[in-house]
Design a protein around this ligand. Structure first.
Ligand code: ZN
Length: 235
């Protein structure tokens, strides 16, 4: 029986939904975020605001929500050159992956998260990776997660469970999941306070939240929200 979890939490829509699910399931939940030289500290700011708002608006979850950890991963900026960490434009690479791809990023995140979970005695690692997304990042695949679960459990001699609540659902279903977990209160919290936009835009407010409305992350979020809003639950 699993009772404790560590959520990989970026302050975005996906990881906030994962956090809400963990809080509804587990008795003790902690969060971990990574600073790898993101071009915009907006998303790092969003993490703290989302945690604060969850504590304030969901008293039943506040008592379960423990420490937030923040790890400096600036070294990622040294080994990779991507539009997330450098000031270059977004494009598709010849590999077929967008240049937002940081090779091995999720593998590193999970390894560090597991080391932290080991120390904090947390059993489940929760991550918002998803195969349904457009991007096809190889380190978000279900098989990659299963392989990591095995490698980390063997390598640390502790049985970890890697939980991926969003693996097989699309963005519209992610909004619906948030509503199922925390009602419109959670949906509104996600709209208002989570951050997705690659450009770090917090000046343009749309029905689905803040963002430039043009970058791939905004496009995905707005399309998902439109699909969700068209359902009876979203209206
Ligand atoms: Zn954007």
């Amino acid at each position: 029986m699993h009772t404790t979890a560590l959520v990989l939490f970026s302050g975005g829509q996906d990881s906030t939904t994962c956090l809400a699910q963990a809080l509804s399931k587990y008795e003790r939940v902690e969060t971990v975020g990574f600073d790898y030289g993101q071009r915009h500290s907006v998303e790092l700011q969003a993490r703290l605001v989302v945690l604060r708002e969850i504590r304030a608006q969901f008293p039943q979850w506040a008592s379960r929500l423990g420490e937030d950890h923040f790890l400096d991963l600036a070294v990622l900026g040294q080994v990779s050159e991507t539009s997330l960490t450098r000031d270059t434009a977004f494009k598709m690479e010849s590999s077929g992956l967008p240049n937002t791809f940081v090779p091995g990023r999720n593998l590193l995140f999970l390894t560090l998260a597991a080391a932290l979970a080991y120390r904090r005695d947390l059993q489940v690692l929760v991550t918002g990776v998803c195969e349904t997304d457009f991007s096809g990042y190889p380190d978000c695949r279900d098989d990659t997660m299963k392989a990591m679960q095995l490698a980390l459990s063997l390598g640390m001699d502790k049985r970890f469970l890697i939980e991926t609540p969003l693996m097989w659902i699309d963005k519209a279903a992610t909004w619906a999941l948030a509503e199922a977990l925390g009602g419109q209160t959670l949906v509104q919290l996600i709209i208002e306070h989570t951050h997705t936009c690659y450009l770090g835009d917090r000046t343009h407010r749309h029905a689905w939240g803040y963002g430039c409305g043009q970058c791939p992350a905004c496009e995905l979020r707005l399309r998902g929200f439109a699909a969700y809003a068209a359902t009876p639950a979203g209206r």
